[in-house]
Design a protein around this ligand. Structure first.
Ligand code: CTP
Ligand code: MN
Ligand code: MN
Ligand code: MN
Length: 364
């Protein structure tokens, strides 16, 4: 019998990187509501409420038991008064937030690939309230990414199943083997964490030949294009040589060569048929991200790109508890004034004095 008293709650650690969080979320009812609030608060510059709700959701996701009432949640870290109220009245509070907030259009707008909070806000302020209004407005200028976001909206907003992600992995793997037989491709992001569902598929591509990582992505994109599978590409060449690491700014993007793609996934490649592939067409659009770090930075890239709030808390833990700076490039010990090398993710956890967590335990 599982105890749900304070004794058990006292074992909930304050940082997500100290908790094992699988995809088996026992408090989805509450975390879904909290995540709507997180998304809603992304509109504002004030990060307090967003961070607070986001951390509370992470804590609830890690619990091995289902919360039945507000009572007994006092001892949980990061679960404040507002979250406890939400737990108490989740039914109507959730509906209120989702159905009655005027800014729900903002959440709709940011669901388009290429549309971030700034653009969504701009459109909202212009009085635009629907996709058809945006597309009909002669003064709205869509960039290439947004044009493709709208063009493939139905497919992309559907997300991908794990079976579809495996099919994408096979396509990308074959492509890389053709153009760069010595390169290695590994799955990262949500599907590495064992998620059954995701909004894209993320891969790290590496090679042991120094400097060659920067030519990999153009080769791969070229081959995808030849096969008629490349619907959209945005390539960002590496700026690593120009930058200082580790990034001083928390949550900064990394400097590696990377590309954001929309690929054509043929239904015949998906085991079990791929229910999301429209029958008459035989293919669907999928979002794919590729990143190509130099081999000596692989462990840091892998840890960073595996993602979720686990990753954010790992950086915060490093900074606050260890006086170290962690990002997708490196781990820097400020007291010793030196970089700490790592070949595997386990090395990084060890440097931080944390128990190793498997990728499927990082679904914070
Ligand atoms: N990432 C990044 N820079 C980007 C995009 C992604 O560094 N421009 C890295 C981040 O480290 C992020 C990880 O890729 O944590 C995964 O991001 P994302 O694909 O958005 O999230 P997932 O966790 O994979 O979830 P899903 O795709 O299912 O939404
Ligand atoms: Mn992803
Ligand atoms: Mn995402
Ligand atoms: Mn991604």
């Amino acid at each position: 019998q599982m105890r749900t008293g304070p004794a058990q709650q006292s074992t909930v650690c304050p940082y997500a990187c100290q908790r094992r969080t699988t995809t088996a979320n026992k408090n989805k009812r509450f975390t879904d509501a909290l995540e709507v609030l997180v998304e809603y608060h992304e509109l504002t510059e004030i990060e307090g409420p967003r961070v607070a709700y986001s951390r509370a959701a992470s804590v609830l996701k890690s619990l091995p038991w289902t919360i039945e009432s507000m009572g007994g949640t006092e001892a949980l870290p990061c679960v404040g008064e507002k979250t406890r109220t939400l737990i108490q009245v989740t039914g109507w509070y959730y509906s209120y937030i989702v159905l009655n907030i005027s800014d729900q259009e903002y959440i709709l707008f940011t669901s388009v690939f290429g549309v971030g909070p700034k653009t969504a806000d701009k459109w909202y302020r212009r009085g635009l309230r629907s996709f058809s209004q945006i597309l009909a407005d002669p003064d709205v200028q869509l960039n290439r990414m947004q044009q493709n976001g709208f063009l493939h909206y139905t497919d992309l907003s559907r997300g991908l199943s794990a079976a579809e992600a495996r099919a994408v992995e096979a396509v990308v793997g074959e492509t890389v083997r053709t153009v760069a037989p010595n390169a290695r491709v590994v799955l990262t992001g949500g599907f590495r964490r064992g998620k059954e569902f995701g909004h894209d598929v993320d891969f790290i591509v590496t090679t042991a030949e120094p400097g060659r990582e920067n030519s990999l992505l153009p080769l791969i994109m070229g081959r995808l294009e030849e096969q008629g599978l490349l619907l959209f590409q945005a390539h960002h060449p590496s700026t690593l040589a120009l930058k200082k690491i580790p990034c001083r700014r928390f949550e900064a993007m990394d400097y590696y060569s990377k590309c954001f793609l929309i690929l054509k996934l043929e239904g015949s490649r998906v085991q079990g048929g791929g229910q999301a592939v429209p029958a008459g067409r035989g293919w669907r659009a999928v979002r794919v991200d590729l990143v190509a770090p130099p081999i000596e930075r692989f462990a840091f890239t892998q840890l960073g790109w595996t993602g979720s709030k686990f990753e954010r808390d790992l950086r915060r833990f490093a900074r606050v508890e260890r006086n170290m700076l962690l990002d997708n490039h490196a781990l820097f010990d400020k007291a010793k004034n030196q970089f700490l090398a790592a070949v595997t993710e386990k090395d990084i956890f060890a440097h931080l004095g944390l128990e190793y967590m498997e990728p499927w335990q990082r679904n914070a």
